[in-house]
Design a protein around this ligand. Structure first.
Ligand code: ADP
Length: 166
């Protein structure tokens, strides 16, 4: 979808921790890739936060899950999202909304980003019903107790979880 005035492609950034990527994230990416010309999945680099998977592992798992999707790329970034958006020449942030409970937090983040950089628009997308309960933290909790996550994440992520040492 070109903007006919500027002939520019619309690039959107979908930021998150993706620790690990779930079917919920992939549902949102699918929807976004149908709306925008190019979707950049941006993995946050949070050195202070404790993660189940390293940054490299999270990026690699996303790349495997998104193989073959021509208009989706995976990247990572440190620092403020608004600075990364500028670097990527994008003004569109994608976030997923699972339930009303996400709204308060997402509303705050979107408002702060708009304050820092008024030209940025946050676009909220809803996943299909069956993924509205799904989060990476639920996957991590189930994984911690060696539960079955095969209905929540792609097979290569299930395998990576099974290999984790405890
Ligand atoms: P999580 O909240 O699962 O730990 P992230 O920090 O990686 O995941 O989230 C990145 C974005 O993806 C956020 O906007 C979050 O609301 C959204 N998201 C995560 N899981 C889902 C889901 N099951 N359905 C829709 N959006 C989701």
């Amino acid at each position: 979808m070109y903007n006919w005035l500027t002939m520019k492609k619309r690039t959107a950034v979908y930021p998150g921790s993706f620790d690990p990527v779930t079917f919920g994230h992939l549902d949102i990416i699918d929807r976004a890739s149908k709306i925008f010309d190019h979707v950049i999945v941006g993995v946050f680099v949070h050195s202070a936060k404790k993660h189940m998977f390293s940054l490299d592992q999270r990026v690699a798992m996303l790349k495997t899950a998104l193989k073959g999707r021509k208009n989706v790329t995976v990247d990572c970034f440190e620092g403020l999202l608004v600075d990364y958006m500028k670097k990527k020449s994008s003004k569109l942030v994608i976030r997923g909304l699972r339930a009303i409970s996400d709204l308060e937090y997402e509303f705050q983040i979107a408002a702060v980003n708009r304050t820092l950089s008024p030209e940025i628009e946050t676009v909220f997308l809803m996943p299909r019903q069956r993924y509205t309960y799904l989060s990476s933290s639920i996957v991590r909790d189930i994984a911690h107790f060696r539960g079955d996550v095969s209905k929540l994440v792609p097979p290569h992520v299930s395998k990576a979880i099974a290999k984790l040492k405890r």
